[in-house]
Design a protein around this ligand. Structure first.
Ligand SMILES: Nc1ncnc2c1ncn2[C@@H]1O[C@H](COP(=O)(O)OP(=O)(O)OP(=O)(O)O)[C@@H](O)[C@H]1O
Ligand SMILES: [Mg+2]
Length: 415
């Protein structure tokens, strides 16, 4: 084929965007290639077309063209092509099958295919990375919670034993005092009659000074207070036990208000007297959930709220029903957050707290837990004003039709 004919071929429609054409013998052997660039160099010479146009194409061809085997993968082909390519890129490559010509391949198509592959791989990699990060976070947190739970359960157990005999003894002493009071009454009567012989009257008066010195009623009152204190400690221990329940995966129907109260009790030391808790518990049906996990979510939110309040402040804790969800809302008067911060708070390990203070896992774990329960977690915040978190847990189908069963108590208290 003559140079002129090849140049016409390059101008023809289907070939007008290939860089080079293969030169193939009649039996399919690849002999070489001729590039558009090479033709241009010929035609740019003075009288190039007239002098060289009729010469056979072989006299100007590249006899070592870029050849890629059909069997090769895209990666292998790309590697081969990029190793042999020269700048500027003036040639496309030839595809062969079993050593025979098969077709033309454009370098640009190959590069684009490679690029989209790289993009997909990097996307897959970054997805895998975030999955890994999330599960690592979950692992650390559940480890932390499990050991905290074990510790709390152990403590509760240890407190329970002495608590048992303290209560028992107080009750026994109370009973003893009651019968002593009875005996004193009799003595009083005996001492006040004139028929009583003097030595006996003397003994009675002596016994009665005990009553005057200590006041039997006062002593009984003290014992009642002590019993009340013991009762409070028992409740606290019971709460600790509920909180640390290690049956993490077990589902139970619980009242959200009880769960909030349990978390409030645990967070008491954080709230101290500087934070006022305002409770507004509406009537809500029970929700089906893993109690220890939901307690954990509320404790995380309360901790965050307390940490966001620099001096004195308030946390309003509300429960209500909205659509098909039981909602628990925690609103603080803390430092608040801007939109840029809000975007990142659910990311594992994101924290604005000092090194060693926060792990940045609280919210990411809470988010996972609520998601697993089919619920939602929403946040609204204003810098300088405060933050409101709302947790929605789906109402079980059975409870949706029946009347609400739950606590309604309102009021304020200090932590
Ligand atoms: N109620 C809130 N008010 C203001 N900022 C908050 C509030 N709750 C969360 N944040 C912000 O979100 C970040 C992430 O919270 P998250 O609970 O995930 O981690 P953390 O509290 O920093 O650490 P950790 O909970 O592991 O101890 C916090 O560092 C804080 O900047
Ligand atoms: Mg936190």
């Amino acid at each position: 084929m003559a140079i002129i004919e090849v140049s016409n071929l390059f101008l023809s429609d289907p070939l007008n965007d290939v860089l080079s054409l293969p030169i193939v013998s009649k039996n399919g052997q690849i002999i070489g290639s001729i590039s558009r660039y090479q033709l241009m160099r010929i035609f740019f010479r003075p009288y190039g077309r007239e002098l060289f146009g009729k010469r056979p194409v072989q006299s100007f061809m590249n006899s070592v063209p870029l050849v890629v085997d059909l069997e090769q993968s895209i990666e292998q082909a790309a590697q081969h092509v990029t190793q042999h390519i020269t700048a500027p890129v003036t040639e496309d490559f030839i595809v062969c099958e079993h050593g025979r010509y098969h077709g033309i391949g454009r370098v640009i198509d190959l590069l684009q295919a490679m690029e989209s592959r790289v993009r997909r791989h990097s996307q897959e990699l970054s997805q895998a990375y975030s999955r890994l990060k999330a599960s690592q976070g979950q692992l650390i947190q559940s480890e932390k919670m499990a050991s905290l739970g074990q510790m709390v359960a152990g403590l509760a157990h240890e407190i329970n034993t002495p608590l048992g005999y303290v209560r028992n003894n107080v009750e026994l002493v109370g009973a003893a005092l009651r019968s002593a009071g009875y005996a004193l009454d009799i003595l009083n009567r005996v001492a006040s009659t004139t028929e009583t012989p003097e030595p006996l009257a003397e003994a009675c008066r002596h016994a009665l000074t005990f009553e005057q010195d200590y006041g039997l009623e006062d002593t009984t009152g003290l014992l009642e207070d002590t019993l009340y204190g013991v009762q409070q400690i028992s409740e606290l221990v019971a709460n600790l036990k509920t909180f640390s329940r290690l049956d993490q995966a077990k589902l139970a129907a619980i009242s959200i208000a009880d769960s909030l109260d349990s978390a409030l009790m645990i967070a008491r030391h954080l709230l101290k007297s500087r934070i006022e808790i305002i409770k507004e518990y509406g009537e809500t049906p029970l929700v089906e959930c893993s109690p220890s996990q939901i307690n954990q979510v509320f404790l995380n939110l309360l901790t965050n709220a307390a940490q966001a309040i620099p001096g004195n402040g308030r946390i309003a804790v509300r429960t209500y029903v909205e659509n098909a969800y039981v909602v628990a809302s925690l609103q603080d008067t803390g430092v608040g957050m801007g939109p840029e911060l809000i975007k990142r708070i659910f990311d594992p390990f994101f924290t604005t707290k000092d090194v060693g203070q926060g792990t940045g896992l609280g919210l990411s774990i809470s988010y996972q837990i609520i998601k697993q329960h089919g619920g939602y977690i929403r946040v609204a915040s204003k810098p300088g004003k405060g933050t409101r978190f709302a947790i929605g847990l789906p109402i079980p189908a059975a409870a949706a039709n029946t009347s609400p069963t739950a606590v309604r108590h309102q009021g304020t208290s200090h932590g």
